[in-house]
Design a protein around this ligand. Structure first.
Ligand code: FE2
Length: 375
């Protein structure tokens, strides 16, 4: 196991200017109902919409926002739309991790010349509010990265063809601020290849990696490597299953997602206790943590600002590294297939992904897997 410090030496050099995560687009079976869930349960605000009323004939998209996080929920209106195949094959899930770039055509040219498969060539879309240039390349499974280049003069609600929606009185923000990382699950022996892809094609470097000794329980194991861009705003952990006594949670995901895809989206909050309290009150289901976890917590992580009894009440996990500590908690899958879930994270200096929690966490996931008969 290399330390995060050693890996940090392997500095990434962005091959083109990435300004951050622009949005995360989900293909879902019923965007109208999914929008209600993310507004009511996760506190997102509906701010823009496109569909037949705005001149788009074959799909609808609801645009939701909480601080810097933008979710797009897209549902095809006709079976011939490509999203129909995706929903049929994968169920609801993440289709597009869209990156805000300075120059979409350049990003497309560089990534495709270095081995990425093009999905949509650079094209400019335009309405009365101005124009935006988009281009899309493929990554693992059916997941894609769209490069979004916004013209400074663009004055529309979100992107061309979207219209602003009325003030959202239902959404009560829960304090989610920005995307911290987005995790991909890939198949057996595909992790290194995927890490290599992000290194070659995007210039991302290996930030930290964990082998199956770090991430294993009595029953199942996985391996994980985190790739990151130069300023670490974009962090993509990539997981693959490893040999264990029983079925790895990654295998369960791959089975039900019908291939690789996004496992979880981690979102930063400035106050995890308040955020989790609100989300629980809103009906969001989180993984449980064994009581024994909190008995060893103080010894493992040392002094922390939070009251351990409150963390225990809310099932919040804590991990420390050489830079500080972090608090985290994972939702249960947000659809019936045991595929996509979310992580709520608060970093207090810590740069880790919760290595010290993996064992407690995965035992909790395995209890759920066992209930589904998939362990
Ligand atoms: Fe995570």
């Amino acid at each position: 196991m290399e330390t995060a410090e050693q890996l940090r030496e392997e500095t990434a050099h962005d091959l083109f200017t990435i300004l951050g995560t622009h949005h995360v687009e989900f293909f879902v079976g019923n965007a109208k109902q999914a929008a209600y869930f993310y507004r009511r349960a996760f506190g997102f605000e509906l701010f823009a919409y496109c569909g037949p009323e705005t001149g788009v004939r074959d799909y609808v998209t609801y645009a939701l926002r909480q601080n810097k996080i933008v979710f797009l929920l897209t549902t095809p209106l006709v079976s011939s739309h490509p999203a129909s195949d995706c929903v049929l094959k994968h169920g609801d899930g993440v289709r597009d991790i869209a990156l805000h770039v300075a120059d979409a055509a350049q990003a497309y040219q560089i990534t495709t010349s270095r081995g990425a498969r093009g999905v949509a060539e650079p094209h400019t879309i335009e309405d009365e509010n101005g124009k935006v240039t988009l281009a899309t390349v493929a990554t693992y499974g059916d997941t894609v990265h769209t490069f979004v280049q916004r013209d400074e003069s663009f004055s529309g609600a979100f992107l061309p063809h979207f219209r602003a929606t009325a003030k959202d009185d239902m959404a009560a923000p829960v304090g989610l601020k920005y995307v911290d990382h987005i995790v991909g699950n890939v198949g057996w022996d595909e992790m290194d290849k995927t890490v290599e892809f992000y290194n070659q094609v995007f210039g991302f470097s290996r930030f930290v990696s964990f082998d199956d000794k770090d991430i294993s329980t009595q029953y199942s194991a996985l391996r994980s490597t985190v790739v990151a861009n130069e300023n670490k705003w974009i962090k993509f952990p990539i997981n693959e299953p490893a040999e264990g006594l029983r079925k790895s949670q990654i295998e369960e995901y791959i089975t039900f997602n019908n291939g690789p895809g996004v496992q979880h989206v981690a979102m930063e909050t400035g106050d995890i206790i308040q955020t989790i309290r609100q989300m629980r009150a809103n009906g969001v289901e989180f993984l449980s943590t064994p009581a024994a976890y909190y008995e060893e917590l103080k010894e493992r992580v040392g002094a922390i600002q939070e009251d351990i009894d409150v963390l225990k009440e809310l099932d919040i996990l804590v991990d420390r590294d050489d830079k500080g500590y972090m608090l985290q908690l994972f939702t249960k899958p947000v659809q019936d297939r045991p595929t996509l879930f979310f992580e709520i994270i608060q970093r207090r200096g810590g740069e880790s992904f919760g290595k010290g929690n993996f064992k407690a966490l995965f035992e909790s996931i395995e209890r759920e897997q066992e209930r589904r008969g998939n362990l």
